[in-house]
Design a protein. Structure first.
Length: 132
């Protein structure tokens, strides 16, 4: 699969919006609930917005149950990466407010590859060209 610069730019726009939404929700909730719960709530809210924006805007694909399941699978993997990194950075002494920043820097590129695979992978058998 060839990388499309337009997809990367659109992914960055959607990703920036989803990341800011995630961080904003986390930042508000971290003072009231456990940081892991605050982070999870922010992640879930941004995930829902991200799915629709990624489908319609980034990859210009129709939403479907199959893509939704693939998107959730990619984000489940990504969520585990986020949570592990968040707790590592908190243990290393980063403040609750700053710990998500390096998490985003590491996890977002990984997420792009996972989500792109979901939206660009052609499922089903491939037709083989028969040589004569």
């Amino acid at each position: 699969m060839r990388l499309d610069r337009g997809e990367i730019v659109r992914f960055c726009i959607v990703g920036a919006f989803a990341t800011l939404l995630h961080y904003f929700i986390y930042w508000i909730l971290k003072s009231y609930v456990n940081v892991n719960l605050a982070y999870t709530i922010g992640y879930v809210v941004s995930l829902v917005c991200n799915f629709f924006l990624t489908s319609v805007f980034t990859f210009r694909a129709k939403t479907s149950v199959v893509r939704g399941i693939g998107f959730l699978g990619a984000h489940a993997t990504n969520y585990l990466i986020h949570m592990a990194l968040l707790n590592i950075f908190l243990c290393l002494g980063l403040s609750k407010s700053l710990a998500p920043v390096p998490v985003f820097m590491i996890a977002i590129p990984v997420n792009f590859l996972l989500v792109r695979y979901v939206f660009k992978h052609k499922s089903g058998p491939r037709k083989r060209e028969i040589k004569k």
